[in-house]
Structure formats: C-alpha cells, structure tokens
Design a protein. Sequence first.
Length: 168
Amino acid sequence: MDGHLLEIADVAVAGAGDGRISRADAEKMLAMVIDDNVYTGVEQETVDYIHKNYHWTEPAWEWFREQIVNFEKEFGKLLRMTPEEISKQHFAAEDALSSEEEKIARKKALKTAVMETYQDHDDIGIIVRLANGQRAEVFSNFIEQEGNYVELRGGFDIPLRAIEKVEI
C-alpha cells in the first residue's frame, strides 16, 4: 500500500467535516497518484482499498475516477520510436510483467523473434515500458538477446525487464 495516499485518506475522514473524502481531498490524492506521470500497481491497489474502506462523497469519487480514466487514456497511448530513440530512454526498475507465466511467454516470443530476424530479416515490433510509465513501440529487423538485454539493429540495447510484448 502507498502510505502517502493512506495518510491523505486518513486526514480527510478525521476531525472536521462529515468524515467523507471530499473533492478537495480527491484532488490531493490525484496529485499524489500522477506525481511521477505513472499510476503504479501499488497506487491502484491503494486507491481500490481507499474506495472500498473509506467514505467518499459521490461527486468526489466520480470526479476522481474520471480523472484517472482520462490520465490512463492519455498515458496509455503507444509512442512510436526508432531503435536509437528507445535506447536513450530510461526504463522502469521493476519488470513490466508481473506473473511468471507472462515472463516465460516473453522469453519464448523473443527466442522466436531472434530466429525470425536471422532467417527472414522481418521487422519485429517490441512494446516497451518506460520509466515514466508510458509505453513505446520500436521495430527492428535484427534482434539478439544476451543475458538481461535485447540488442536491436545498430547496437541499441533494451533491458529485458522493460519489454511488455513482442509482436512477430
């Protein structure tokens, strides 16, 4: 859980007022959620917890949800980048994938992509999670995996943990 979000919720329902999270409180929470331009899994879990366990005014919750949906739509847009552009980006410290099944599927897809680029030199699309939470797609007709990095044509590297999906 995100302690800062819980603290905002605790202060909101304590003391003065009617014991509910107001629009002003929701604005404080939203500012905390989007401070790094990413709505993390921990923040999502905390917001779900606060929604279920704290009292909100109806307008505050509706406004908050609408803002989060708009933020996710805007931030969820896939950016197109060249291998050179993607190599200059910062990547999240955590793995873009959470389950072991997804990570195994990613490794299999990368293995297939490597073989595909060796044989036919077809462009392979790779969707990458950046440090700020945005997603970018890069195409390359050469892919090589070495340890925890994937090399694209031109010698540009992407950390394996940043790769969400491989499109063959």
